[in-house]
Ligand binder design. Structure first.
Ligand code: ADP
Ligand code: MG
Length: 660
């Protein structure tokens, strides 16, 4: 395909800048030199002056200009953390929060967790001394529960605002509100060069501070015909670049861990076969669940003579900046959540990314020198098959969690909440209905005592209901283990390609007639966190360790919400009842020919990728009287009987309109 350069170059770099930057690539600059070489640096004083003058400021700058790592340090140097006040900076992704905090602690020469720390779900790496706190947007949202006016913060930076995650969108509304009665609070909305006018409009026309970008031209290449197998196409492209193109590292965008692992394996395998015929190629993956020591590897400078290829999820689109990238390979896909408000089903689907995403991806090739982006789709597809921008998450996700949180913050009128883009009415109503079914809201839509406790647990409402129900059924020890295992679930069982049969056999050994939740409990109990045991049973040791950490955290929270730790020992019935109490709302009826009676089963999460499948099927049939026992306000005996003869259980109680 011919080269189509459709990226605008905001300003051609001067000769001086060019040599300065290519220098920077070759020579290993000291950390302070790097800091001074960043695009934001010359604007330090102007930026601080603008922040002093305005309460809310929108900051726009190319990825890599230094927004995330530098601005909090400037504020710290300027005295914004005096009197023990903190500077908080949110990130939509856990990996970014951890990685950026680590970098900033290095730049400041302090131990991570002291003056600079991070907080992500189930992992708090901060201390009394922490002044610069990086955290996921979800964690800041939870902080409203304990500190509704965020009074310990002098500055809040909502970073990566353009990502428009659900939590970031909710933060917009809450922060805008508290800024009104906390005039001393500074609010910075930081974003890549996207959508900044909209942020300004939302925040009562707050001024926009633009950090001029330093961007080199990027040549864009398209394929002539669509690629049938984009994974294979990626591998081939990487190797082609490696053998034919000038030095410079490669960044490949894939949709998730499995794909990334497969791609890395294929690359390593082919390099092994080519042996010394080609120069060294360092293959490095990066995705959310990658252990942090492995994550750090992508930032290490490439040794001379070698080339680095980073295979990433869209975390590398704007959240992380990897220096030295000259080539980008973009298959044009991402994994996206979508939500069907009619069925209440949430799914993760691989879909074409937006044109805005594609352009961000291409931009990664032009940070340090002129670069090239290879799009593994046609120019026609770019123009006709991709959406202009990504739909904000709030419009394609289940809102149960967020509604519960807002209700516990005393925000009752959700319809009139200050949303930048409101969620679909249907979705909001469904969330209210689900919370009513779980007993978190009463028939007037008000938070119940149970609901208040549920909100304290940083997990989905169904999971928190299950945990709270374990008190009544006297099995909280077991339920906590199950909850912890569910939180790390997608990475527990290890299934290497060359040992599929062994792995599957090992898995069968954990089978219990009570269902998959019990299997998880079984694994948790048996493992005893022995590395040897995990290895022999094809269980990921790392995930088990993580499950243990999560469980410890949950145990700590139980004390706070005053739920006693109890054990049902070998009796599975109470455990299954507690599970039912949490997940009954997701009851599906299994009708098979040959069965006269209705079979109920419960699923934890319905995920579809290529085809629909049920995860965590709580098998086999649960007695329909259990449904009555766990949610009498929701099901009536008669309805259940009627439903046996018809389709799904019918809901009773308040109608949607009454709840909304
Ligand atoms: P922005 O937030 O504007 O995208 P960052 O502040 O994240 O920019 O990054 C600025 C620069 O800091 C990067 O270009 C890179 O040189 C350096 N940097 C950031 N994170 C790391 C890291 N984890 N390791 C090494 N260098 C980093
Ligand atoms: Mg950033």
């Amino acid at each position: 395909g011919g080269a189509v350069a459709d990226l605008t170059v905001s300003r051609p770099p001067s000769q001086e800048e060019k040599s300065e930057l290519s220098e920077a690539v070759r020579r290993k600059l000291s950390m302070q030199e790097v800091r001074r070489s960043l695009p934001v640096y010359p604007y330090r004083q102007y930026l601080l002056a603008a922040i002093a003058e305005h309460q809310i400021l929108i900051i726009e700058g190319e990825t890599g200009s230094g927004k995330t790592t530098q601005i909090p340090q400037y504020l710290y140097e300027e005295g914004y953390t005096e009197k023990g006040m903190k500077i908080g900076c949110t990130q939509p992704r856990r990996v970014a929060a951890m990685s950026v905090a680590a970098r900033v602690s290095q730049e400041m020469g302090v131990k991570l967790g002291n003056e600079v720390g991070y907080s992500i779900r189930f992992e708090d790496c901060t201390s009394e001394r922490t002044l610069l706190k990086y955290m996921t947007d979800g964690m800041l949202l939870r902080e409203f529960l304990t500190e509704p006016d965020l009074s310990s913060y002098s500055v809040i930076i909502i970073d990566e605002a353009h990502e428009r995650t659900l939590h970031t969108d909710i933060l917009f509304g809450l922060i805008k509100d508290i800024a009104r009665f906390r005039p001393a609070l500074k609010v910075l909305i930081a974003s890549a060069t996207l959508d900044t006018e909209r942020f300004s409009t939302f925040f009562d026309d707050a001024p926009i501070f633009r950090i001029p970008g330093r961007r080199f031209p990027v040549d864009i290449f398209y394929t002539k015909a669509p690629e049938a197998d984009y994974l294979e196409a990626c591998v081939v492209s990487v190797l082609q670049i490696h053998v034919t193109q000038a030095p410079g590292d490669i960044l490949v965008f894939l949709t998730g861990q499995e794909e990334i692992e497969a791609c890395c394996e294929m690359l390593q395998e082919r390099c092994r076969r080519l042996g010394s015929k080609i120069p060294e190629l360092l293959v490095l993956p990066i995705y959310a669940n990658l252990p942090s020591d492995m994550q750090a590897k992508i930032f290490e400078p490439t040794p001379p003579g070698a080339r680095k290829v980073v295979v990433a999820t869209n975390i590398a689109e704007t959240s992380l900046t990897i220096d030295g990238i000259i080539y980008v390979i973009d298959p044009g896909f991402c994994k996206q959540k979508s939500y069907n408000a009619r069925t209440g089903m949430e799914s993760l689907i691989v879909t074409p990314c937006s044109r805005a995403s594609a352009n961000q991806r291409a931009g990664r090739a032009g940070r340090v020198a002129a670069g090239k982006c290879f799009r593994l789709y046609t120019a026609w597809a770019y123009k006709n098959e991709m959406e202009e921008t990504t739909v904000p998450e709030i419009q394609r996700t289940n809102l149960g969690n967020v509604v519960l949180l807002l209700k516990s913050l005393g925000i009752n009128d959700l319809i009139h909440f200050d949303f930048m883009d409101p969620p679909p009415h249907e979705t909001l109503v469904l969330a209210l209905e689900q919370l009513y079914a779980l007993g978190a809201l009463n028939h007037l839509g008000e938070l119940t005592k149970l609901g208040r406790k549920m909100a304290e647990l940083p997990v989905d409402p169904m999971l928190s209901k299950m945990i709270l129900a374990s008190e009544q059924y006297k099995c909280s020890e077991q339920i906590l283990s199950i909850a912890a295992m569910l939180s790390v679930n997608n990475s527990i069982f290890y299934r290497p390609k060359d040992k599929v049969v062994h792995a599957d056999n090992a898995r069968m050994n954990f089978f219990l007639p009570g269902g998959d939740h019990l299997v998880l409990l079984n694994v948790y109990t048996q493992s005893a966190f022995s590395m040897q045991w995990c290895y022999e049973n094809f269980i990921q040791f790392r995930s088990m360790r993580r499950a243990r950490d999560v469980r410890e955290q949950l145990e700590g929270l139980m004390e706070r919400i005053e739920v006693d730790l109890t054990s049902s020992e070998g009796d599975y019935v109470p455990i299954r009842k507690a599970i039912t109490a949490g997940f009954f709302y997701h009851t599906a009826r299994l009708t098979r020919t040959g069965y006269k009676t209705p079979r109920w089963l419960i699923y934890h999460e319905l995920v579809f990728t290529t085809k629909e499948f049920m995860r965590q099927v709580h098998q086999p049939a649960i007695d329909s009287t259990w449904l009555l026992e766990v949610a009498p306000h929701y099901y009536k005996a008669k309805e259940l009987e009627d439903a046996s003869a018809k389709k799904l259980p019918r809901k009773v109680g308040k109608t949607r309109e009454e709840l909304g």
